[in-house]
Design a protein around this ligand. Sequence first.
Ligand SMILES: Nc1ncnc2c1ncn2[C@@H]1O[C@H](COP(=O)(O)OP(=O)(O)OP(=O)(O)O)[C@@H](O)[C@H]1O
Ligand SMILES: [Mg+2]
Length: 264
Amino acid sequence: MSGAGWALHAGSLAYAYAGGAAVFKDVSLGVRPREIVALLGGSGCGKSTLLRVLAGLQPPSAGTVQFLGAPLTEPNPRSALVFQQASLLPWLNVTANVGFGLDFSHQPRISRSEHAQRVQQAIDAVGLAGSEKHYPSALSGGMAQRAALARALARQPELLFADEPFSALDAITRAGMQTLLVDVVHRWHTAALLVTHDIDEAILVADRILLMGGSPGGIIREWQVDLPRPRLADSAAVSQLRNDILSTLQGVRSAASTPVESTI
Ligand SMILES: Nc1ncnc2c1ncn2[C@@H]1O[C@H](COP(=O)(O)OP(=O)(O)OP(=O)(O)O)[C@@H](O)[C@H]1O
Ligand SMILES: [Mg+2]
């Protein structure tokens, strides 16, 4: 598999922290343009480490990463990241937070009016219109995460990396954010790689699910999710896929005899 035709492509990746055993090895994966891929796995299996390597934040111990067909050695300005914590700057209001970094030197140069337009479009898209002047201390967790998503969208990324972006939110807010993510990714024509340990989140959001596990970690199996949207957590097709993922995990974990729950 080469990098051509993929937004992101990785071949035979391995990673070990200094002095440590391999966190993962032999990981090859791709994300197509406009595709939403969920990287699903239990706590500690190496998802965040793999995401950081794929985003160019950490060099792999072995293997290659290609972004838009070119080797990736540092974070690319045509990608954007969203993490579990919104990490907004407390002294900037929503508009300034969303626009923050857009004019950094490694970003493509844009005019003042385009800057303002992009920021406002992103704020509107995540439903924060009217809250532009609010400071992070005045935002709920869900609103802060919307602002973080808007900051990513304002870069008009080809690929959005998201590491458990909704796991700190309550169930109702999380469900709304999952729908919003799918909506904005489709409207922005962006691909997304979503790290999650929530099986239902992966099924409700992703076009394709990569299940990560083992020690050192690897991609155990993948599922193409061709179910129509919006997907309902209690539909028969979703239940069937959930059971298939759970039984795959059960098989992988039977040696370790670890109990498996729907949030892994
Ligand atoms: N900076 C670090 N230095 C050394 N080891 C680390 C570091 N960060 C993570 N690890 C180790 O690498 C392994 C994978 O961690 P990672 O955070 O990638 O897992 P994860 O799948 O994202 O877990 P979680 O679901 O809890 O976020 C763990 O054993 C962890 O202890
Ligand atoms: Mg993690």
